[in-house]
Design a protein around this ligand. Sequence first.
Ligand SMILES: Nc1ncnc2c1ncn2[C@@H]1O[C@H](COP(=O)(O)OP(=O)(O)OP(=O)(O)O)[C@@H](O)[C@H]1O
Ligand SMILES: [Mg+2]
Length: 233
Amino acid sequence: MKIAVINFSGNVGKSTIARHLLLPRIPGADLIPIESLNADEGQGQALRGRQFGELQEYVQTVDNVVVDIGASNVEELMAQMQRYRGSHEDFDGFVVPTVPALKQQQDTIATLIELSRIGVPSTRLKLVFNMVEAGVKVDQAFDPLLAFLKQQPITKVNLNCRLGENEIYGRIKGTKTDLASLASDPTDYKALIVQAKGVNEKLALAQKLATRRLACGVVPELDACFAELELKS
Ligand SMILES: Nc1ncnc2c1ncn2[C@@H]1O[C@H](COP(=O)(O)OP(=O)(O)OP(=O)(O)O)[C@@H](O)[C@H]1O
Ligand SMILES: [Mg+2]
C-alpha cells in the first residue's frame, strides 16, 4: 500500500498521522518525509519537492510506503504531479488531515480541489478529522469544510475518521518511540515509584506511567480511525 499524506496547511498533523496512524498499520512500509523547512523526527531520506522524479522512481521500487509531504513542499509536489501526468496513480490513497481552525479548513478545501483537479478520484481521497476536542461534534467543528463537500462531493466524508486532541503526541515528539510498544510496556511503574528514593526519580517514573496510560487510550482510537479509512491497494 502506497499512501501520501498531504495538506497545503502546516500543523494539521501530517507527520503525526503518517508516523502514528499509518506507518504502524501498513506492514513493511517505509516512512518518507518530504521536508525542507521543518526538521522531521521521522526516519528515511528527506526529498525535496523538486526531486519528484527521484521520489517517483523510489515509489516504483517498494510495495508499501507512507510519504509525508511537509506543507512547504506541497505546492511544488502538486505541480510536479501535474507535469508527470498520471503519477498520482502510484498512490493508493491521499490522506488529508484537517483540524477545526477555519484557515486550515479553507486550506483543506484548496488541497482537495487541487488533488481532484490533477485527477485523483474521490475514492482515493481520505479526510482525517484531527485534533477534535472531547465532546465536540465533528459535523459542527468542520461545518465550513463539510458544507463545501456537500456542494462539491469530490471526496466521500466519513465522520468516524477522526482523532481526538491528545497530549501523547507532544510527549513523544522527537523520540523514536512507537505507541504500540509504549502501550505494551510491562514495567511495574507503581512498584518502582514506591522503591524510588528521591522526588525527582518518582516524578520521572510517574511521567512514564502517565505516558503509558495515554498510549493505552490512544492506540484503540488509532486502530478504529485506520479501519474507517478503508485504504485499499
Ligand atoms: N491529535 C493531536 N492531538 C494533539 N496534538 C497533536 C495532534 N496531532 C498533531 N498534534 C501536534 O500538532 C503539532 C503539528 O503536528 P504535525 O507536526 O504532525 O503537523 P504537520 O502537518 O506535519 O506540520 P508541517 O506541515 O509543519 O510538517 C505537533 O506538535 C503535534 O505533536
Ligand atoms: Mg510535518
